[in-house]
Design a protein around this ligand. Sequence first.
Ligand SMILES: O=P(O)(O)OC[C@H]1O[C@H](OP(=O)(O)OP(=O)(O)O)[C@H](O)[C@@H]1O
Ligand SMILES: NC(=O)CC[C@H](N)C(=O)O
Ligand code: SF4
Ligand SMILES: [Mg+2]
Length: 498
Amino acid sequence: MIPNDPFSCDDYPGMSDEARIDKPEEACGVFGILAPEEDVAKLTYFGLYALQHRGQESAGIATFEGDRVHLHKEMGLVSQVFNEVILKNLPGNLAVGHTRYSTTGSSRVVNAQPAVVETRLGSLALAHNGNLVNTAVLREELLESNCNLVSTTDSELIAHAIAEEVNAGYDWLEGAIRAFHRCRGAFSLTIGTPVGIMGVRDPNGIRPLVIGTIDTGEDGRTKRYVLSSETCGLDIIGAEYLRDVEPGELVWITDAGLASFHWTQQPKRKLCIFEMIYFARPDSIMEGESLYSYRLRLGRHLAEESPIDADIVIGVPDSGIPAAIGYSQTSGIPYAEGLIKNRYVGRTFIQPTQKMRETGIRMKLNPLKDVLGGKRIVIVDDSIVRGTTSRKLVKALRDAGATEVHMRISSPPVTHPCFYGIDTDSQDQLIAATKSVAEIAKQIDVDSLAYLSREGMLKATGEDPQSFCSACFTGDYPISVPEPVKRSKLILEKVASV
Ligand SMILES: O=P(O)(O)OC[C@H]1O[C@H](OP(=O)(O)OP(=O)(O)O)[C@H](O)[C@@H]1O
Ligand SMILES: NC(=O)CC[C@H](N)C(=O)O
Ligand code: SF4
Ligand SMILES: [Mg+2]
């Protein structure tokens, strides 16, 4: 077992304890659509394809054909899990889908989503992005009432909590709302039922969820609703971005249209700022804001805060590019492509082991000697987490002939772990938790290193700073985390201090 693992019920087959505790993980992708006149499984497949960057461990789709539910979920990428035949065997008028990065419960097919649970009103299929902080308590409560849990995820607990309330006599909406009041933490959900789909965000709206509309049918005249973690999941199927699901909102999509319910008294937006900096795709729009534009502004602020004399600015593909362009625009230093990315290698940050991450970076990024040779370089990335990427890259740039390497990071130092659906590792693995900026600069061997200030990061949003969670840069957690859960990751701090 993992030392200090608050969920001792879990096992981690095929992965050593050491590997698992070092496992960096990410947000999941959720999707949902009701459109009886369309092939909903195929549309969901495309939606998940666009959300692949949010989770690469497993993928699943559940469709509802009246009362019958069809489910297919497997380990692997969306393109590996589904094919034409499998999609044909998922008929129905509505569908929900999921791409997973595990945060509670190991990476096994039994933990893949959507989680399907039976109730007196028929099945429900739940897809979850986020992470509960009261998993242990909720699990115990459900086990006490003889709930038949088949997985070790927090997500299945939400599904069972809804089923329990529905079986106690409440309807879908009342039952679901009662269950959400039993959940603490981050949850953006799409939930399929025989009669409609719910889209839900927790009271802080930590993880994103958007609503789109799509014209369907032969004549394209039937307007239907779509739910997706990000707008890139709408774009791919030709749906239009309508708005974000609000924090503490439940939208109920049925044949009659969309109804909205505010299920909690005091919603207080605390959108994850790391989504905007790195996790989400730059072509997505969050709360009406283009993430590409936000990242450009981060780069511009960075150039204002930390100028340097150099010959070219380069970005670290993929997610460091917009900030590098912004840095170049404000500094006047020409932007150049200095690193070529092998597009078939995914995100290295989320590889299961440190060894895989190191190899991943070598396979993924190759320096262009003719661009870099004899040049003083500013290299811009969106974040340094463990320092794996930057250490490898700086060496590669010097080997390619760079005479000076100045690193600029478009977010502040990551000093604290996340408990809300993105595992930025336990605190001792975070390079900035134990080292000063000067020490990090020395370790990664740069001529200079500067991070964007917290003020700069928040100012670039153009919004109320209080409406974001930025706990991994500050340790100021907006949703209180129970002691045993804190202890599992906040190993460098006195738990009482957070
Ligand atoms: O300090 P580290 O632990 O190495 O993590 C930080 C790096 O990981 C992420 O990139 P990643 O390669 O995962 O994804 P990307 O292709 O979307 O930039 C991030 O953009 C940084 O480059
Ligand atoms: N990253 C996530 O959003 C994960 C969702 C859920 N906690 C799981 O582990 O499956
Ligand atoms: S702690 Fe960091 S990664 Fe987690 S929700 Fe808050 S800002 Fe996002
Ligand atoms: Mg990167």
